[in-house]
Every structure is written in C-alpha cells, then in structure tokens.
Write a protein that binds this ligand. Structure first.
Ligand code: AMP
Ligand code: TRP
Length: 332
C-alpha cells in the first residue's frame, strides 16, 4: 500500500482553506493509502506565539483532525515532538541543504519583503525540518495546498542528493496538489490566500466559527460589478473563489454545472447557496468536535500514533546516521 504523509502547523485556528486544501484530502486518502497525519508543533514555534494560545491551537488541531473524519484506526496521528527523530533528522537535512536553496523559498522571502522584523533562524531553516518530516517515513505522496509545493520540491532535491551521495536512503516523495481548492482566497481580499494571519478576521472562515458568523462572512464577501456567476480568477477573483469553495464542499461538483444553475440569478442567491453549504459542513464538524473534546480520544489517539510513528522513524534515522558515518556502534 502506498504511503501518504502530511502535517499542519497550527499557528492559529484551522480555517476553511486548511480544510479544503489539505485536511479533506487526508480524510479521503485514508481509505486508499496508509495515511500519516501529524501536528507540526516544532514548525509552530518558528513564529512567536503565547504559550497558552499555542497549546489551545494544538489541542483544537487534533480535535479537528478527528472531527473532520481522520480515523485513528486507519491513520497514524501524532504530535511531532512526541517523535524526537524529527528534530534530529531535521538537523541532518539542514546540513545537506545549500543556503542558495533556502534563499529561494518564497514563504520566507515574502515575510522578509513585507518588512516583518525579528524573523527567526528556525523560520529560515523550516523547509529542512519539513524534509525530515517527510523522508523519515518514506512517504510516496504528500498532499498539500499550493503554498507548500516548493517545500516538497526542496525535499525531493535533498533526498535525491543524499541518495546519490550515500546510496539509496530515501523514497523521493511527490506533492499532491488538489485541482480545485489548492488556494482558497480571502473573502475580503480575493487576491490574497485565506490565512490565519488575516487581520480583520472577516476574510477567513474558521472551522470553529459560530455558524451565524460564518454565514455573515460569506454574505459580506467581496465580489465585482459584472453580475455574472462565472469562473474567471483574473476578472472575477471573489466569485471564482466562492465557486471553488462551493464545488469543493459539494463533492467536487463541476464548476460549469454551478455556473449554469446560477445563470441569470443575482449574487445574493449565489452567496446564500455558498453560505448554506459552508454552514452545513461546519455544523457537522463542530458537532463532532464537541463530542471529541469531551472524551479521552485526543489523548489515546496521540499516544498510539506516536508509538507507531516512532518505530518507523527510529529505523530510518539509524539507517541514515550509519550511512553518513555518524555512528560508532551500529544500531540494528
Ligand atoms: P498551515 O496551516 O500553513 O500548516 O497549512 C496546512 C495545510 O493547509 C497546508 O497543506 C497548506 O498548503 C494548506 N492551506 C493553507 N492555507 C490554504 C488556503 N488558503 N487554501 C488552500 N490550502 C491552504
Ligand atoms: N509546512 C507545512 C505548512 O506550513 C506544515 C508541514 C510541516 C508539513 N511538515 C510537513 C506538510 C510535512 C506536509 C508534510 O503548511
């Protein structure tokens, strides 16, 4: 069975972009693949966060993994720091990555260009830790949104380089980017991606937003004056974004079919349909979330997941350290 691996870095609350671009695909994939889904808490500390806020985000992230349908019986779900091999292989990866490669990473460059101050060394080397996350488990596929594609490509380059130098150590993974919904945009600024760092909070629908708030956000989303429900991200970015959301949340219903349904109708009707689908999805997720947070499922899931993951990770790390010549007494 092919193996799929992905993670989320909950530096904020999970939102609809995370669900459509990533989490919903993890859930689908667990039926067909061996799925490994972790919570990237080391990646979270690359940006400053209040400890209590970070802890709440991590807790909610696990609860939402489960509430969205990840099944601990089918998938391995764990917290990154519970498997210490991630940090260790991360340093090894860092030593096999060139500065020139890190300098090309757009996520870091964008933050620098925006003039954000006090960026940490951890944020700069973060893609090498992500490479370790993936390569520790010989993942075949890595389902991610568009913004992470470059990091998976870097992972491939470093894996190929190390395989060349030390012999076949790593499986070279492939990114899996959804055709629709890989980049859900902000509802208020549809030229920017929906993101937890949204300052006004109106452009981002959080999975735990109260339903009436989520509805208001959709109804208040920015559109255009063309008065036509048509997919054209250049000319109609707001409407195109809502079309992507509606299509993704209705079993990938073809966008052309939705355009036809709303031919001659106003944006109000269209937005109401989007809001209905969004709220129906959030309601199911939130009901599950409430059930899960009042049980001990989070604890048992993380304990069992870490045990399973650690066995795989320890084996790979030993193999890598041996190949590099770092060990004195070989581990079996
Ligand atoms: P993050 O919360 O940044 O760790 O992202 C977790 C996953 O959600 C990654 O696979 C991202 O590519 C994906 N993602 C984040 N924001 C969006 C968005 N606006 N649209 C689609 N996918 C997204
Ligand atoms: N960097 C990813 C993000 O910000 C999260 C992440 C960390 C990840 N390690 C990973 C995703 C490994 C896929 C595979 O979204």
């Amino acid at each position: 069975m092919k193996r799929m691996l992905s993670g989320i870095k909950p530096t904020g609350q999970l939102h609809l972009g995370n669900y459509i671009g990533a989490l919903s695909h993890f859930v689908e994939s667990q039926e067909e693949f061996e799925m490994i889904a972790f919570i990237a808490n080391l990646h979270c500390i690359t940006v400053p966060l209040e400890p209590s806020e970070l802890q709440k985000n991590l807790h909610d992230c696990v609860a939402l993994y489960l509430a969205c349908g990840l099944d601990p019986k089918k998938s391995t779900i764990f917290l990154q720091t519970d498997v210490k091999e991630h940090a260790q292989l991360g340093f090894i990866m860092c030593c096999h990555t060139y500065l020139g490669e890190l300098n090309r990473m757009t996520q870091f460059k964008d933050k620098q260009a925006k003039g954000e101050s006090n960026l940490s060394g951890g944020l700069y080397t973060y893609p090498t830790l992500m490479a370790a996350d993936i390569l520790l488990y010989d993942a075949d596929y890595v389902p991610v949104g568009e913004d992470q594609k470059q990091h998976v490509e870097l992972t491939r380059d470093v894996a190929i380089r190390m395989n060349h130098r030390y012999g076949d150590l790593f499986k070279v993974p492939e990114p899996l980017i959804p055709k629709v919904g890989a980049r859900i945009m902000s509802l208020t600024e549809p030229d920017k991606k929906m993101s937890k760092s949204d300052e006004t909070n109106k452009g981002c629908i959080y999975l735990l937003d109260p339903l009436e708030i989520a509805r208001k956000k959709v109804m208040g989303s920015v559109t255009d004056s063309l008065a036509k429900v048509h997919y054209d991200p250049e000319l109609q970015p707001g409407i195109s974004n809502l079309l992507q959301i509606l299509s993704s949340l209705s079993n990938n219903r073809p966008i052309g079919e939705i355009e036809q349904e709303f031919e001659g109708k106003g944006y109000g009707d269209f937005k109401r349909a989007v809001a209905d689908v969004v709220c129906a999805k959030l309601e199911v997720i939130q009901t599950e979330y409430n059930r899960i947070t009042s049980s001990d499922l989070i604890e048992t899931t993380l304990q069992e997941g870490a045990k399973k993951a650690q066995i795989l990770a320890a084996k790979k790390l030993a193999q890598v350290q041996q190949a590099i010549g770092m060990e004195i007494i070989p581990k079996e």
